[in-house]
Design a protein around this ligand. Sequence first.
Ligand code: NAP
Length: 468
Amino acid sequence: MSSFIETYNCRLGSVNPNKYLISSREDLSRCLVSAELAHHNEALLDIATRVEFLSEIHAQIIYHKEALFEVYSTESSLGRLRFNAEFDRTLKQLNAYRDAAIALSIQKNKSILPDRTISKKPMPLGPIAVFGASNFPLAYATLGGDVMGAFAAGCPVIVKGHPLHAGTSLLSAKLIYNAREKLNLHPGVFGHVLDDGFDIGQTLVQDPRIKGCGFTGSFSGGMALYRLTQNRKDPIPCFAEMGSINPVIILPNEQGLSIHLNSLVQSITTDAGQFCTKPGVLFCPNSMLPEALKILDYAFKKAAPHPMLHPSVQERYHCKLEEITRNFDGKSYLSTEKEFGITRGFFQVSIEQFLKNPSLQQELFGPTAVIVAYDTSDELLRGLAPLKGQLTITLIGENPETSVFFKWACTHAGRVILNGVPTGVSVVANMHHGGPFPASTDDRFSAVGEASIQRFIRYVSVQNSVST
Ligand code: NAP
C-alpha cells in the first residue's frame, strides 16, 4: 500500500499533482488522546464558545471560498453551479446548527412536583467520529452537517477524510484549525485523519474514547461501521445515512406526463446521477408507457454530459450496468455519451421482470433508472413489495395524498415528494433526511436540519436544581 493518496480530475482525465500523506496509527492515537482531553476539559461545553467557534468557521469558509472551489472542482469534477449550491448549503446548515444550539441552551425545562423539581440538561455525548461521502465534498464531508452538528452539540470531532477528495478535506480541516487557533480552543476539539483503506476508520470507531459516529456513504460502508460500533464492549450510537433507490410512482390519473418525466430525467442525470436521492425506479401505468418511453429516450439523449467523481466510481457504475444487462430480459435504452464516455438511459421491465431481478431493486449510483410498467394497483403493490426503507418516495398524479400509495410512501420513506423531484435537499427546520432501514440505521433522526444535533446530545435530569 502506498503512503500517499492521489486524487483524480475526471474532466481532464488526469491525476492531480498534489499527493496527500496517509495518517499512521500514531497520528490517530494523538487525535484520540487530544479529543478525550478536550471533552474532559469541557472545551465546547460553554454555549458562547460553541457559537464563537461556529461563527469563526463560517467566516473562514467565506474567506477561503475560491481556494475551496479550486480544489473541490479539480478533485470531484463538479462544476461552479453545484459548488455554489453546496457552499451556500454548508453555510446555511452551519448557521442553523448554531441557532439550534442557542435555542437548546436557553430552553427552560422544569417539572415542578409537590416535593421536588426535575430539570433536564443537554450534555455533549463526547468525541464523535465522522465519515463523509464521495459525492458531497462540502455538505457531507469535513465542513458538513455531521461535523457542525456535533460541534453545535458541544462534542469534539475526529474526521476520517474521504480519499477521493483528500485535498478538499485537508483544506476544510485547515479552516477548522484556523478557527480553533484564533479562539485559542483546546487542540483536541478537532482532529483529521486520511487513509486509502479501512484500517484507520475501523480503528477509530472501535476506540473506547469515541462516543458516537456519523456516517454518510454506501450501504456496505455504513453497515461495516455500524456493526463495529454495536460489537464494541461499550456500544455507541452510529448514525449511518446510506443510499436508496428512491421510487417514483406515476399514478393513472396523471395529466402532465411530459413535464414530470423531463424533470425526472434532469434529476437522474444532473452531476452524472451521483446523488443519494436520485430517482432510481419509475413505476408507470401501462396505458402511458408508449408515450413515456418516447419522452424518456429523447430526454436522456439530450441531457448534458457530466463526468463522474472518479475513475473508480465510473468503473463500479459501468460494471454494475454490465451485470444487470447480462441477466436481463427486458428492454434497455442505454447510450454512451462521447465527451466523458458515461453510459446513460434506462431499463424497461414488467412487474414480473422487476420482481425476479434483485439487481434492479438496488441503488445504481449513476445516470440510469429503471421504468417498471404496471396495470393495476394490486400489481403495483406487488412490485413495491421488495422495496425496503427509502430516503425518498415520489408520487406523481392528481391529488396524490388521496391515493393508497401515499400511506405506503409515508411508512417506507423519510421524505415523500408530491409532484416534484427528490434531488435537492433543502436545509430547513422541517426537513427530514434519513429513512427506515436500509436507508439509514436510525430513522428517528435526521442528518439535515437543525434537529440533527440531537444525535450528538445526551440528557441528564437534575433533581432540585436551583440554577434552571
Ligand atoms: P463509501 O464508499 O461508503 O465511503 C464513505 C466513507 O466510508 C469513506 O471514507 C470510506 O473510506 C469509508 N468506508 C467505506 N467502507 C468502509 C469500511 N468497510 N470500513 C471502514 N470505512 C469504510 O461511500 P461513497 O462512495 O463515498 O458515497 C457514495 C454512496 O453514499 C452512495 O451510495 C450514496 O447514495 C451515498 N450517500 C448517501 C447520502 C445520505 O445522506 N444518505 C448522501 C450522500 C451519499 P474509503 O474511501 O477509504 O473506502
